[in-house]
Design a protein around this ligand. Structure first.
Ligand code: ADP
Length: 153
């Protein structure tokens, strides 16, 4: 049976840390679905369409990667598209504590779906979308933090 994993996030913007998790996931799963969640309470910096288009273009050559956006619960999306795994990236212990609660609550909602944590590379552990946004707001260069070839303009 083919194994599909959903990698959910706001990806505002998608960074080299996220890209690392996607590539590690491809080593473990047959298909990776990058699922951009739209959070009704949080106004994003980059519009949803822009984030989605940038990721579609970035991974256009990789047939095993799918990009989509969704609303609602991640476990509901997983059930709808037949994905038995959720992938989340960890940078540090703080990430772990937060992610652990989400994973356990997701597991209570749907026991069939397993969350898999992948540790980021030490060279990407400092990269945070929040800080990338702050650099953009202040006119700085973010090219070292986002995947090569990703167009956000
Ligand atoms: P969310 O709003 O769901 O936290 P993010 O876009 O911030 O979405 O992150 C999506 C996932 O990527 C989360 O599991 C987060 O811990 C992980 N992540 C964020 N930054 C990095 C990084 N530099 N390296 C690896 N994983 C990361």
């Amino acid at each position: 049976m083919s194994k599909t994993a959903v990698f959910p996030g706001s990806f505002d913007p998608f960074t080299r840390g996220h890209d690392y998790i996607v590539h590690k996931s491809l080593q473990l799963f047959d298909k990776v679905v990058i699922a951009i969640g739209s959070n009704s309470t949080k106004q994003p910096y980059f519009p949803l369409e822009k984030r989605e288009e940038a990721l579609r273009k970035l991974y256009a050559g990789e047939k095993r990667i799918q990009v989509l956006s969704y609303q609602g619960l991640t476990v509901d999306l997983c059930q709808k598209i037949n994905a038995a795994f959720i992938v989340r990236g960890l940078r540090n212990g703080t990430d772990f504590e937060y992610e652990k609660s989400i994973a356990q609550m997701n597991s209570e909602m749907n026991k069939e779906i397993e969350t898999v944590f992948l540790l980021t590379a030490s060279s990407y552990a400092h990269i945070q979308s929040t800080i990338v946004r702050e650099i953009i707001r202040n006119g700085g260069d973010i090219s070292a933090f986002i995947p090569k070839g990703m167009e956000l303009k």
